[in-house]
Design a protein around this ligand. Sequence first.
Ligand code: SAM
Length: 231
Amino acid sequence: LFEPQDFVAEQQAVIQGRRLQHLLQTHNAEPGQQFRAGVLNSMVGQAELLNISSDQALFHLSLDSIPPEKLPITLILALPRPKMLRRILQTVASMGVARLILVNSFRVEKSFWQTPFLQPEAVHEQLVLGLEQAKDTVLPEVMLEKRFKPFVEDRLAALSQNSVKLVAHPGNYAACPRALTEPVTLAIGPEGGWIEYEVDKLQQAGFTPVQLGERILRVEVAVTALLARLF
Ligand code: SAM
């Protein structure tokens, strides 16, 4: 995945660092080799390797198609612990989520909000890793909501307008629907689960509690399982 700052001429771009190491180590890259590539928030196509050294690789880009469409989903996720957050950012980007809202909830540890992994550059880095994995180029929108009640009461209605609204919550609820074609807003809780007050607030905002069966899944597994089931 090329970013605007990689360009040295109209169709030529240079990579260094992590991406260069990946090319050298896993692709045995040689001049003339073709790669599927894309430009951040732009088109996808082919990149021909023109030359490569231990410092940098120069590519000629021919971009001719649009990236895969985003899943029409807003994922509301109680902020996970930092290590899990990094993996989930990659997962969310690689699965094509359009918008991720990281929210506070009673069972989110306060210290999680202090992690350097929430800095915009760190979030960007993990999202790009996910996009590279999926051969996608379009970044999901990421929002942070540190106060649950004002978020649900004041902002959620506009953000979830005209979508199916679901809150994943283990218990005696309807089974999570499958293979939807309409937009979805889905709320997934923290490691300790949503508290009843939060589920009530989400229900007042029009959300239906749904469950995925008796097995309680880790947050990152629940994210993947729910997305795969819904679309
Ligand atoms: N003990 C917690 C509870 O009962 O809510 C478990 C929380 S689970 C580790 C983290 C989040 O993943 C939950 O808040 C929910 O959103 C989602 N989740 C995990 N397993 C689920 C299931 N079987 N049904 C519905 N949601 C699930």
